[in-house]
Design a binder for this molecule. Structure first.
Ligand code: ZN
Length: 146
């Protein structure tokens, strides 16, 4: 798993078990964000680190790939391999500033300010340090300054 969710563009859905083709996996940015929300809430419910491990992988890979280093360009889909010759109908060859269905840029803008809330958790006298925040914060900070 690289943090993307939903390999099939038609219907924006999961495919068969282990279906995740490098060049054509759909992996919508919004699906990655939803997967973070899901795993964070499962962690809050069960307190198990396995949910944080998935959440971390998504945040560092399948989600942040949806935002360009300029902080102003976005992928709707996040194929794991982009070639200049990409012609698949559901794949983007490069990030764009805006697109007709603008769910992903607005979802990213909503998600980024919530990132500090994922770093730590507390229940009673237990403190959970969930994310290596320095690297993540640095990555988001660089993108927000550009
Ligand atoms: Zn979206």
């Amino acid at each position: 798993m690289q943090g993307g969710a939903g390999a099939v563009g038609s219907g924006e859905r999961y495919g068969d078990n282990y279906e995740l083709p490098n060049a054509t996996a759909y992996n919508e940015t919004c699906a990655a964000i939803a997967n973070v929300y899901w795993n964070q809430r499962m962690f809050q419910l069960h307190g198990e680190a396995k949910y944080i491990d998935v959440m971390e992988k998504i945040m560092y890979n399948g989600l942040i790939s949806g935002v360009g280093l300029d902080g102003k360009s976005f992928f709707y889909t996040n194929a794991m391999e982009i070639k200049n010759s990409t012609t698949h109908k559901d794949r983007e060859a490069e990030r764009s500033g805006w697109f007709e269905c603008s769910c992903c840029p607005t979802n990213v803008c909503r998600f980024l300010p919530s990132v500090p809330g994922y770093v730590y958790a507390q229940q009673g006298s237990d403190l959970y340090v969930n994310l290596l925040s320095t690297a993540l914060h640095h990555c988001f900070l660089i993108r927000s300054r550009l």
